[in-house]
Design a protein around this ligand. Structure first.
Ligand SMILES: Nc1ncnc2c1ncn2[C@@H]1O[C@H](COP(=O)(O)OP(=O)(O)O)[C@@H](O)[C@H]1O
Ligand SMILES: [Mg+2]
Length: 232
């Protein structure tokens, strides 16, 4: 079976020319469906750049990227945004919720962009919020929720339309240890249900919970291994 994610020899160079930054330097990765992978590295190692490539938010300077067998490294902006909408649920460190919308409206918003009708949209958003344990908080605004709750809203938004890939960049970076545990257990649950989870982190304790770890340093893959994990 073809890999879900097949990155071959990609480079990403910012500011080509004199002050160029080689943020990714000949990176190759393949990820199968239903894996739970942590990508770990220090600050500045290229994690977010790699996430931007994997998430089709940006294209590499060279190399190729096949997602579900389709070459996304040569797609136009419109095609990329289409692939993003269909294939990927994003979760960011800073939650990226809209302050003046309720939890329910935040989860519904991307569904509006995808042209999902009102009734179905409401049902999908409610189901996603129930799933992350926020059934009682749907009409709250972000400022009325804890950081952990806000991140759960962001997860609900990411999973509402059941994308095959969940891509999370430092999802627990702004959270206390209790909320971190909650978020990790939701991600593990999604994984058990068959989603592919790619989790970017600089935190060894988080990476220790993933079955596979890819370590990146100075834009290069330094290690890529599977490990035994407790608590699954
Ligand atoms: N838009 C950009 N323009 C120029 N340099 C960038 C840009 N984004 C990231 N970089 C540089 O690329 C390198 C990798 O950054 P990044 O992928 O954000 O690392 P990480 O997420 O691991 O902290 C760093 O040296 C960073 O300064
Ligand atoms: Mg980063």
């Amino acid at each position: 079976m073809a890999a879900l994610v097949e990155v071959k020899d990609i480079c990403k160079i910012y500011n080509p020319g004199e002050n160029e930054v080689r943020a990714l330097d000949h990176v190759s990765v393949s990820i199968q469906e239903k894996e739970f992978v942590a990508i770990i590295g220090h600050s500045g190692s290229g994690k977010s750049t790699l996430m931007n490539m994997l998430g089709c938010l940006d294209v590499p300077t060279s190399g190729s990227y096949f997602l579900h067998g389709k070459d996304v490294s040569r797609m136009s902006d419109d095609e990329l945004s289409d692939v993003r909408n269909r294939e990927i649920g994003f979760i960011f460190q800073g939650f990226n919720l809209i302050a003046n919308l309720t939890a329910l409206e935040n989860v519904e918003l991307p569904l509006i962009y995808r042209g999902v009708g009102k009734k179905e949209r409401r049902e999908l958003a409610e189901a996603a919020l129930e799933k992350v344990g926020l059934g009682q908080r749907m009409s709250h605004k972000p400022s009325e929720m804890s950081g952990g709750q806000q991140q759960r809203v962001a997860i609900a938004r990411a999973i509402a339309q059941a994308p095959p890939v969940i891509l999370a960049d430092e999802p627990t970076g702004n959270l206390d240890s209790g909320s971190t545990k909650e978020i990790m257990s939701i991600l593990k649950q999604l994984h058990r249900e068959g989603r592919t989870v790619i989790l970017i982190t600089h935190d060894n304790d988080i990476a220790a919970q993933a079955r596979r770890v890819i370590r990146i340093k100075d834009g290069k893959i330094e290690a890529d291994f599977e490990q035994q994990v407790e608590d699954w």
